[in-house]
Ligand binder design. Structure first.
Ligand code: UTP
Length: 292
């Protein structure tokens, strides 16, 4: 089996309007809402860094400038921390910064759908495999979801890898759903994908979640601009055209997933991540018990 090309770049589509989370997302991008003490977008970047990804392409939109600022120096803050001898805090802030020149920000001028947002990154990705991480899907696990997916990518000889999760049948109309084939270790062959099918028509209950490893061939399909479910340019529809042309697998990651684009999912993320943090877990547990 020839060695698959390494995955060096990640696309983070962060141009969505976050209408399910209004009014919180009127002036603050949903990707900047914090889970415990970090914006959700930072969790996604750290997950990709852990997987060996070096370059980050953010597809943003109007009103999302704080995301760009978050991944840059904040000189006044850094000076003040230094003056006050808050060395640990300063060191942590600096360690989190991506290397100079390794991030770029482009705009999706109209929110035409996830597929269109990914297509907007095509010039920055070029002709190589790339990861896509949707920050609202917060994935917590060791190793992280993207690291597990990149391991599977090399095991099956490259191609496309999508993260998947079994969901109750009544939820298929909220997800892209997989028609599964043969199982190969941690990966399941993908025979077909359908965006948001009715439960009665869904090919399975194995649903696509917000992590992908894609090949540059997907850009030609996305470039046709075909509208799918909800009138949006869907990533699932263009990915489906690659089935049969290259290896195509789904991976059930061994991670906890929190849907931070949804109010309840976001609350659950704060509780779940809080309870996993030794510095605050004992006090948080007591607070929850008292509230119940
Ligand atoms: P969602 O459908 O969850 O995002 O898209 P949304 O449209 O912001 O959410 P609601 O339904 O209005 O609350 C999943 C991911 O795709 C990005 C979003 O930012 C999110 O990361 N996205 C979606 C774009 O970048 N552009 C789009 O046109 C649509």
């Amino acid at each position: 089996m020839p060695q698959a090309k390494p995955v060096r770049k990640a696309v983070l589509p962060v141009a969505g309007l976050g209408t399910r989370f209004l009014p919180a997302t009127k002036a603050v991008p949903k990707e900047m809402l914090t889970v415990v003490d970090k914006p959700v977008v930072q969790y996604a970047v750290e997950e990709a860094q852990e997987a060996g990804i070096e370059e980050f392409i953010f597809v943003t939109g109007r009103g999302k400038e704080t995301i760009e600022n978050h991944f840059d120096h904040a000189y006044e803050l850094e000076d003040t921390l230094a003056d006050r001898n808050k060395t640990a805090e300063l060191r942590a802030l600096l360690a989190e910064l991506p290397n100079a020149g390794n991030t770029c920000f482009t705009r999706q001028q109209k929110p035409l759908g996830l597929g269109h947002a990914v297509w907007c990154a095509r010039k920055f990705v070029g002709d190589e495999p790339f990861a896509v991480l949707l920050p609202d899907d917060l994935m917590i696990g060791t190793p992280g979801a993207m690291k597990q997916m990149i391991a599977a990518y090399h095991d099956v000889g490259g191609g496309v890898i999508i993260a998947a999760e079994d969901r109750p049948r009544e939820e298929t109309k909220r997800y892209g759903v997989i028609a599964p084939g043969a199982v190969k270790g941690n990966a399941v062959e993908v025979k077909g994908v359908v965006e948001k099918p009715d439960p009665a028509k869904a090919p399975s209950t194995l649903c696509i979640i917000g992590r992908y490893i894609l090949q540059p061939e997907v850009f030609a399909e996305l470039g046709r601009g075909e509208r799918g479910a909800g009138g949006e340019i869907q990533l699932t529809d263009s990915m489906a055209k690659l089935i049969g042309r290259m290896p195509f697998h789904a991976v059930r990651t061994k991670c906890d997933r929190y849907d931070c684009g949804d109010k309840l999912g976001f609350l659950q993320a704060n509780i779940g991540v809080g309870l996993s943090r030794p510095d605050i877990a004992p006090a948080l547990r007591k607070i929850i018990e008292r509230l119940l």
